[in-house]
Write a protein that binds this ligand. Structure first.
Ligand SMILES: C[S@@+](CC[C@H](N)C(=O)[O-])C[C@H]1O[C@@H](n2cnc3c(N)ncnc32)[C@H](O)[C@@H]1O
Length: 294
């Protein structure tokens, strides 16, 4: 596997992160809908995830588990869902997890005998991945810090790629991301990723009843941006309609074989941000795209 950009941080994890991390600096950010390009989105989201990784892992770490593959706040578990295909075939498979965070999914993949590489934009998220490996006395996973739109791997290096709410909603140029995923996969491989269900963009991101009334246009693709007092973006998410996603996948050379909309399980009472039992009963919260690289 040839690395072209980015760097593996396995040996550096105990070093001081490259940028000073100041938790909580986004508290006063203003939420707007405005354009945000590739560079601005990448810079903002890297900073946001570096600053908020500690809080994210504290809040969601128990739900995610250390070595569990959960696709979404609805709790859909890969062990039951089988969206990655035959689990017996994972043994020895080279798997790229994109936007891996603390690499919980990669750890589950390693437990199935796969050879995962966990890639993320955020150094702090990857530090959590290393922390979990160390605390569990597990062999360290291969970690790579890079932007998903510029994958630092040779062509056809992987047999499978996956992402649970990873980079896809955060990048401005998803066509470029998909072309990169296509390039690093060998023909016939699966590419499976979950994102916020596009219909949610029409509703306020609130777990209560206010989150059940459509207040925005589903068709408005203007990014959601949180910006500081100077107008600089500190967090960005990008919206695509379902049709946009299908079209982008086809253009990049993927065949969509399933689109899974997990239902909220009756026994699940916990909330995750705007995902709640109340809203889950009425509207889908997640879309999982199951594709094959033709
Ligand atoms: C919602 S978290 C999901 C992480 C993990 N899959 C989980 O379920 O906890 C999104 C992750 O995507 C990463 N990310 C955002 N933009 C990215 C990009 N352009 N390239 C790679 N990773 C990115 C973030 O740093 C963050 O760790």
């Amino acid at each position: 596997m040839l690395r072209r950009q980015g760097y593996a941080i396995g040996d550096m994890i105990n070093d001081t992160p490259p940028e000073k991390i100041e938790p909580g600096v986004d508290d006063d950010a203003e939420a707007v809908r405005r354009e945000a390009g590739a560079a601005e989105s990448s810079r903002a989201n890297r900073g946001w995830w570096d600053r908020n990784a500690d809080e994210y892992q504290l809040e969601h770490g128990a739900f995610l588990g250390d070595a569990r593959f959960v696709w979404c706040p609805e709790g859909l578990d890969e062990a039951d869902a089988g969206l990655l295909g035959d689990h017996a075939a994972l043994r020895g498979a080279r798997v790229l997890e994109i936007g891996a965070g603390a690499a919980q999914c990669s750890r589950w993949l390693a437990d199935q005998g796969a050879l995962p590489v966990a890639l993320d934009l955020s150094y702090r998220q990857l530090q959590h991945a290393r922390r979990i490996d160390e605390q569990a006395a597990r062999p360290p996973l291969p970690l790579v810090q890079a932007d998903a739109t510029v994958l630092p791997f040779a062509d056809e290096s992987f047999d499978l790629a996956c992402s649970a709410y990873g980079a896809v909603p955060f990048v401005a140029d998803t066509t470029r991301l998909l072309r990169e995923v296509h390039r690093v996969l060998r023909p016939g491989s699966r590419w499976v990723f979950s994102v916020t269900h596009p219909i949610r963009w029409a509703f306020p991101d609130e777990p209560g009843v206010e989150g059940l009334t459509a207040t925005a246009s589903y068709f408005d693709r203007t990014p959601y941006v949180e910006q500081d007092e100077t107008g600089a973006a500190v967090y960005v998410e990008h919206h695509r309609t379902l049709g946009d996603r299908v079209r982008e996948l086809a253009l990049a050379g993927f065949r969509l074989v399933d689109l899974v909309e997990p239902e909220w399980p009756e026994e699940l009472t916990s909330e995750w941000g705007g995902w709640s039992p109340l809203r889950g009963r009425h509207i889908p919260g997640t879309a999982v795209f199951v594709c094959v690289r033709d």
